[in-house]
Design a protein around this ligand. Sequence first.
Ligand code: B12
Ligand code: SF4
Length: 547
Amino acid sequence: MNSLLEQGTKCLIVQSEFSVHSFWNYVDVCKIVGAKYPAAPLGLMTAAALLPQQWQFKLIDANVEPLLDEHFAWADIVCTGGMLPQQRSIISIINKAHQYGCPVVVGGPDPSSQPNLYQCADYLVHGEGEITIPMLIQDLEKGCKSGEYKSHERADMTQAVVPRFNLIRFKDYIQVGIQYTRGCPFNCEFCDIIELYGSKPRTKTPEQIIKELQTLYDLGYRGHIDFVDDNFIGNKKNVKNVLHVIKEWSEAHNYPFYFTTEASIDLADDENLLQVMKDVDFRFVFIGIESPEDEILRFAQKKVNINKDIVETIKKIYSHGMIVNAGFIIGFDNESDRTAENMMKCLLDSGICIAMLGKLTALPNTQLTKRLKREGRLFDEGFTQKAEIDQTTSGLNFKTARPRLEVLEDYVHVLKYIYNPENYYKRVTYTILNLKPANKYRPGIVRMLKMVKGLFILCSKVGFNKTTGWLYWKMLFTVLFKNPRAIEPAINLAAMFIHLHKQSKFIIDLTNKEIKYIERLGEENYNQPRLQTADSKAEIKQHTPSS
Ligand code: B12
Ligand code: SF4
């Protein structure tokens, strides 16, 4: 091949594998509805739309099909990338491609955060592809055999391209993502979003979003669309505009989609916003609650959550048809022996069923990481250790303020409590009885048949199981009598328990092993070898004004 920019250059795009043990990897639930993996690889589909369009693309998602030697043998160039938990698998893909003599382009959040770990790639693309992929293309035009592309500029989202949705098989996934905004106006100490994407939310125009919806519609996709935004409501004025336009489009197309997203808790302060989200059939929203204790939130700079009556706030969102999934964090400096109790009470009272309980993680480049470094508390192992699964296994990569054993014991205690079958079904019943779903999206006949089949599988798995059987039927009949319009989300939450129960058990066992290990070793002996080396500490001291 003379130039990589030739017409028909074969570009293999690889989404590397995520751990099967991840909280987010609810493959058992996917199987029930005939899918293979929850979410489609939006970052890579977007990168594909920015790469030279004269190329021939093949996208292999190793989470839904095996990545084979013949794929590498076919390729002239390989593109890959992704998040922290994919690090090891991304690097093995780079090595494999090199065995086949293929140059590799790597990009995405982890190569951008930790470029030093990806120097083995031929072309290393930092940050937002809208800015840096054109720089790569310029180099390819010049025939450069390697390069690193970075920029301090942030992408203008109004110029963003439509992702190459045609590179995936929709039936492999439960949901397809689209992105409306990047960045978040808040300033939480532990968050890397503001470092990666800035604190000024940048949004696409309503026309761009409609173009993406229309593309998906024309490709035959129907059903679940996830707005993968850092904070969907970061710019409240713009989001209302786009929602009004989506509403008109959805009406005109007979509501082919329903939506989910991630938003800050102040969503509940805006009745009008809640109503337009209901109007277009938003069904789930993920909210970072982190902690029910104001003192902890204040310390973590999570100001948007302070002085909120969480139970009432969540109830209000349920009444607009949206189930709240939430993130909670354990390991903040000013936690106390009441932290676990308070968290469990909050979860039970608010009915939050799907709670991602993670351990505080000092992610690359965050304010938290900088502070812990200054305080000499950051572990040398950095971010990679144990990060292969997600923040249920990684995290606490620093000397904790409370004894580590206490933090881990609380972690296990809360997990056991929230994913105990009785407690889970209690929360499902509460949530569903408070839910007023819009039910605008109506599945077509094929999807309907799949759902009916899925329901039979679910009933056989959960309904005739000695742990969940009675709880499942009791919940189902309560919902059928008291709020039949919400039967579908009730079934979905019951299905999710298959995954949540299994995943939490895995994490509990793993954490218990860690507890035993620390008990044997002693807290100090655990921390000391992991702390920053003497040299790096000296360097930090030199740069700390107070020292
Ligand atoms: C949606 C999302 C998820 C979803 C879905 C993921 C999926 N499969 O699609 C879920 C909820 C599952 C998830 C989970 C996690 N996530 Co997440 N997630 C996001 C989020 C909000 C959007 C991702 C997205 O689709 N963006 C839109 C696309 C277009 O952007 P992009 O992927 O960055 O791609 C662009 C560039 O990076 C570049 N690019 C990307 N790939 C490539 C490849 C090549 C070759 C090139 C040239 C360019 C390129 O071009 C694209 C266009 O600009 C991001 C934050 C963000 N704003 O991106 C966090 C983010 C990616 N997640 C992150 C993390 C840490 C996680 C978790 C580990 C968190 C946890 N709590 O445990 C888990 C692990 C996942 C797992 N399965 O094990 C971090 C990653 C940090 C890092 N340094 O790697 C991010 C950045 C933010 C955060 N702090 O949460 N996540
Ligand atoms: S509200 Fe969420 S996205 Fe925004 S800064 Fe805080 S943690 Fe990050």
